[in-house]
Design a protein around this ligand. Structure first.
Ligand code: ADP
Ligand code: MG
Length: 678
């Protein structure tokens, strides 16, 4: 099979160039063929100079009317200039630096294609250092490849051409014919040729459509296959639902979405395989109660549950809300966090092993070796992207095939969620508890800080509380200094006379807890905090949030921060302070002021940041996409998922002859992933 041959077999690739190609991750002829251009320059339909606008980059055909002359400016700098005219007689002045080789093309009467930026003058046009080609070669769509120093796009183009020439006459298409027909896709050979050397824009589109679909199809197939793998047997089967009973115990009626999610969870836990489910909901949508509902039914069926939160503050908060909820139900929750004394921990270990504790809530302290459950049936991780896949796995290992429930507060489009959390089923909490009011959001510059603080104080005087998020400093030590000095300044000046608390990441856990408890109890009016409050903190009486240096935060993070207010009956306000004037910052502020909808905000975030950045760490574990784009190709993704389900429905391991090509493509795409697909 020639695709797996080293690029060294191609003409013009020696040791040095092979090393450069390796930098681009091109090792084999197949890698080269799959190295798609990052962009194209369309020189296929040259323009008349009269229709070109000033500064436009385009191709023009013109005939040289005055051959080049040569001018030495100084040592090492020679300027060549010539004049040409297009077919309507408009003059084009060409200037070239140093390259006698290019200049020599400019002989009188030569009809050439010039590609570059056109500057319009009163009675003529000019081009400096254009690409100059003879018309036959030049008049087409040129691929532009991503490069590394020492390689030119032209070189890669030539190399790709010679690789394409080696393709067998009848190239095997890995995607079954019925799929191609149903999805209106071109043949793989056409796609590969036209992605590199497009015959025209339409062919390029066909090629892109085909290759994008392929990539998303292989991705969907791979994810589904991983999902189906090692599912194991459900050894913690839930026989009876206690869901209605649970919601009856709550002080509020569940939203439709909460009820639905909790039912999905309980149904999952009674199936043949253990549950792996993600509950996704915007800040304040009531995920904690859904988690508690799951624990309630699991515990009533005789299983223990573990709830892991990313911070001690959150773990404590969950613990106290579980205590309230489960009071008098005969279910015993307990807390386990690093800052507890050895004696306190030992007591928890004992009661856990004996089965006396049914719901254990804590931080990563839960995965300590000494933690042994009697009968762990359900593992819940809150705010999953902060908990970490490895910790989730360690907790999972404390049971025998326990059910897994992940709670995430980053609302992302469903299709995207299916990818990022590929191995999980998804419930969406798309409905807010009743009575929530929109959080009014304002963006102001630092000149209005005094007014913002005045507004805050007015609300404190009425008995409310508020947050001020400190200026963000990147590195650890200075974060501490800046938070402390900022807090001290404020408490001495503008906020003198108010009860102000400080919360930052470098405080000892016990200190943090004390501050948080004081704030929750209303003993602190204003909490000055770093982003440690971003996750989950729930104090309904807090109604104002001021965010300093708002431009330093990403959209999703601003949304999470803002979610700390607007959690109770009172109207809440968020004030973003920023002096930044750049486009992205201004856009972010606009979006924040316009909407409270987490799904819309994450879509905007996706658009502003680009999916690579947006997915960042969270995408880890999935293959890199070469040509498809999750954000842009959402519809294709949906189709691909649908087709993948159909294919796997009748051939779960891709063993049928018509699916063998798919199997090997999926394997290749997932080759770098832990475990791969076999
Ligand atoms: P999040 O989804 O951000 O984790 P929480 O679970 O912290 O949200 O819930 C936010 C607040 O809403 C809590 O104070 C909680 O008690 C309250 N809440 C949750 N569900 C409902 C409901 N159905 N009706 C009224 N209030 C609710
Ligand atoms: Mg929460």
């Amino acid at each position: 099979m020639f695709e797996s041959d080293s690029v060294r077999y191609l003409k013009g690739v020696g040791e040095r160039r092979a090393a450069l190609l390796e930098k681009l991750k091109i090792y084999t002829v197949g890698d080269l063929i799959n190295y798609y251009p990052r962009d194209y320059s369309d020189r296929s339909s040259p323009k008349m100079l009269s229709e070109v606008s000033d500064g436009e980059v385009c191709a023009v055909i013109a005939t040289v009317t005055r051959r080049y002359n040569e001018k030495f400016i100084r040592k090492g700098m020679t300027v060549y200039s010539a004049v040409a005219a297009d077919d309507k007689g408009i003059l084009l002045k060409i200037t070239i630096f140093n390259s006698i080789y290019t200049a020599k093309l400019l002989t009188e009467g030569a009809r050439l294609l010039f590609y570059g930026k056109v500057t319009k003058k009163l009675d003529h046009c000019e081009m400096t250092s254009p690409v100059i080609e003879n018309i036959n070669q030049g008049k087409r769509i040129h691929p532009i490849y991503k490069l590394t120093e020492g390689l030119t796009s032209n070189y890669i183009e030539r190399l790709v051409s010679s690789a394409l020439n080696l393709l067998p006459e009848t190239l095997y298409d890995p995607v079954p014919e019925w799929v191609r027909t149903e999805q209106n896709l071109c043949h793989i050979r056409f796609a590969i040729e036209n992605i590199h050397k497009p015959a025209d824009m339409h062919s390029l589109k066909l090629a892109r459509d085909r290759l994008i679909f392929d990539e998303l199809l292989y991705m969907s197939l791979g994810i589904s296959m991983i999902k189906g793998r090692n599912k194991g047997e459900n050894l913690c089967k839930i026989a009876n639902s206690h869901n209605d009973e649970f919601w009856g115990l709550m002080p509020f009626t569940p939203t439709g979405a909460q009820k639905r999610a909790s039912e999905e969870i309980i149904t999952d836990m009674s199936k043949a395989h253990p549950m792996s489910r993600l509950v996704q909901g915007d800040v304040g949508s009531g995920k904690t109660a859904v988690a508690a509902a799951a624990c309630y039914t699991a515990a009533k069926n005789g299983y223990q549950c573990a709830v892991m939160a990313p911070t001690e503050i959150l773990a404590r908060q969950h613990y106290s809300s579980f205590c309230k909820t489960l009071e008098k139900t005969g279910i015993t929750p307990a807390l386990l966090i690093g800052s507890m004394t050895a004696a306190q921990k030992r007591k928890v270990y004992e009661k856990l092993a004996s089965g006396e504790i049914q719901v254990l809530i804590g931080t990563h302290a839960l995965i300590a070796e000494k933690v042994e459950f009697k009968k762990l049936g359900l593992v819940i991780t809150d705010e999953q992207h902060r908990v970490g896949v490895r910790q989730r796995a360690a907790l999972f290992a404390k049971g025998t095939n326990p059910h897994i429930l992940v709670m995430s507060a980053t609302p992302i489009p469903r299709t995207l969620a299916l990818i990022i959390y590929g191995d999980l089923d998804i419930s969406v909490l798309d409905e807010m508890p009743p009575g929530r009011q929109k959080i009014d959001t304002y963006a102001v510059d630092s000149g209005k800080r005094a007014r913002a603080l005045g507004y805050l104080k007015k609300h404190i005087d009425m008995g409310r509380q508020g947050y001020i998020v400190c200026p963000l400093v990147e590195d650890g030590e200075s974060e501490l200094i800046s938070a402390v000095s900022y807090f001290e300044d404020l408490s001495k000046s503008e906020l003198a006379g108010y009860r102000v608390g400080l919360l930052h990441g470098k405080m000892k856990a016990a200190e943090k807890d004390k501050v948080m408890a004081g704030f929750a109890a209303g003993e602190i009016d204003i909490l000055v905090a770093t982003t440690v409050i971003e996750v989950g903190v729930d104090v309904p009486n807090a109604v104002i949030m001021i965010i300093e240096n708002a431009e330093r935060f990403g959209l999703s993070q601003l949304h999470q921060l803002r979610g700390r207010v607007g959690r109770g009956e009172h109207k809440s306000t968020c004030i973003l302070i920023s002096d930044a004037k750049n486009d992205t910052a201004v856009k972010r502020m606009e979006v924040m002021c316009r909407t409270n909808d987490g799904f819309e905000i994450s879509n905007q975030d996706l658009a502003l940041r680009g999916p690579g950045d947006f997915l960042g760490e969270r995408q880890h574990g999935l293959p890199e996409l070469k040509i498809a784009d999750f954000a842009e190709n959402m519809d294709v993704m949906r189709n691909a998922q649908h087709i993948a389900q159909t294919i796997l429905g009748s051939d779960p391991k891709l063993e049928k002859k018509e699916n063998l090509g798919l199997a090997s493509e999926v394997k290749r795409l997932f080759a770098d992933i832990a475990g791969g697909i076999s």
